[in-house]
Structure formats: C-alpha cells, structure tokens
Design a protein around this ligand. Structure first.
Ligand code: SAH
Length: 224
C-alpha cells in the first residue's frame, strides 16, 4: 500500500474514533508524518502507533495527536504554546490551526532536527527554543492555548498562569509508567479555572530542568 493510501486509511480511522473536527483532520492530512519519523520507520508513518524519535523520546500515536489537537480548540487568530517539540510533528499540525505557535524542547538535538523539518516544509509561523517547559515562555505570555505533550506529575501552575482569559490548556497528568489522565484546563474571563478529564493516555515524563551537558549553553529564542 502506498503512503498516500495509508494516510487516507489513517484519517478514516481517526474519524471513526471520534475525531470529527474537519480542520484538525485536514491539517493531519496535509502534514507528511513520514517527514518526522526516522528512516527505519518510514513505512509505518501512517500506522496508529507511537514511534521513537531519539533521546529516548517518542512521537505520539496519530490518534492521541488528533484527540489533543481537537480538545485544544485552536483557531487561526490564536497564539499557542507547545511544551515538548520532540520531532516537530505536533507543531507542524498546530501551525496550520493557529496564528503563531511557540514551542519549547529540552533537548537541543531534537529541537534542531525539528526546526530543519519545519523549514523544509515551509512552515514559518513557528518560533522555537530550548528550555524547561515547566517554566513556560514568560516573555511571550499570555497564550490563548497551551498544549503539553509530555506527562506532568501535577498540573503545571506556571503554565496556567500564562493562559489568557478564556484560555485552554491540554496536559497529560500522572506519574511515569502509570496511566495518565489527559486534562483540559479552561480559564474563564475572571481567572477561575475549570478542569475536565478527557481520558487515559501514556506519555514520556515532563522532566524538570535541562539535560546536564547543555544547561549552561541554553540560549534565547531562535528559529521561526
Ligand atoms: N510533540 C512531540 C512529542 C514529544 S515527546 C512530537 O510531535 O514529536 C515529549 C517531548 O517533551 C520530548 O521531546 C521531551 O524531550 C520533551 N520534554 C520533556 N520534558 C520537557 C520539559 N520540561 N521542557 C521541554 N520539553 C520537555
């Protein structure tokens, strides 16, 4: 089966599992997932599976990417923050659904590869940097939407503080190796926060701080 045929099959599967937002489905259809996975997994790019991306990290299965993206309810006017750039795939999908995406990754190597891929696909509304996602991106706050693509041990308060009025954050919460819950936080106009549980997920952990060898070299924003 060709990659194109596999992609169509995947989009049909996503629809069957409750992803009905046509903007989300069409963004997934337009972004070549094969461009974000290692050479050895090219032919599996459109299977509904998690794939390794280096540094012990993983690209979430398409169904989880789709579910989280739909839950975020982003639109073309919004400024969005992503924590955990990883391969850059989720960033590419979101770039089609918002005005500007800011994305933070703690591994410089992963970020550089992701930036290269986004540039090759001529995606120009993404600004990225190396950093600790637990801290968010204070200089660019507030954000209308925040998506966390690694599991936090508890709701990251700093990130909730960086949500604007009416803002939504989607974040997996729970201990590593256990089942996590996908939480949606909505902040109303007066700053009150409402929590919803969107079901079970499994993510790599949202680790605090930067990997040892690069913490001194971490710089400011670049790319975009
Ligand atoms: N969104 C990614 C999937 C990422 S997997 C994609 O589409 O490919 C989770 C990523 O979060 C990993 O790359 C991991 O290095 C990163 N991460 C974990 N803790 C982090 C933190 N505190 N700050 C920034 N990135 C973090």
């Amino acid at each position: 089966m060709s990659l194109a045929a596999r992609k169509i099959r995947l989009v049909m599967q996503l629809r069957q599992t409750g992803v009905v937002d046509t903007a989300v489905l069409s963004a997934i259809e337009r972004i070549p997932r094969e461009a974000f996975v290692p050479e050895a997994f090219q032919d599996r790019a459109y299977e509904n599976i998690t794939l390794p991306i280096g540094q012990g990290q993983t690209l979430s299965q398409p169904q989880v990417v789709a579910k989280m993206t739909q839950a975020l309810k982003a639109d073309r006017r919004m400024k969005v923050l992503e924590i955990g750039t990883g391969s850059g795939y989720q960033a590419a999908v979101l770039s089609r659904l918002c005005r500007r995406l800011y994305t933070i990754e703690r591994y410089r190597e992963l970020l550089q590869t992701a930036e290269k891929r986004l540039a090759e696909l001529r995606i120009h509304n993404v600004t990225s940097r190396v950093g600790d996602g637990w801290q968010g991106w204070r200089e660019q706050a507030p954000f209308q939407r925040i998506i966390v693509t690694a599991a936090a041990t508890s709701l990251p308060e700093r990130l909730i503080d960086q949500l604007g009025p009416g803002g939504i954050m989607v974040c997996p919460v729970g201990a590593e190796s256990r089942v996590q819950r996908l939480m949606r936080i909505t902040r109303d106009d007066s700053g009150n926060v409402q929590e919803e549980d969107l079901g079970e997920v499994r993510f790599v952990p949202l680790v605090a701080g930067l990997p040892q060898q690069q913490s001194r070299a971490a710089g400011g924003p670049h790319g975009g």
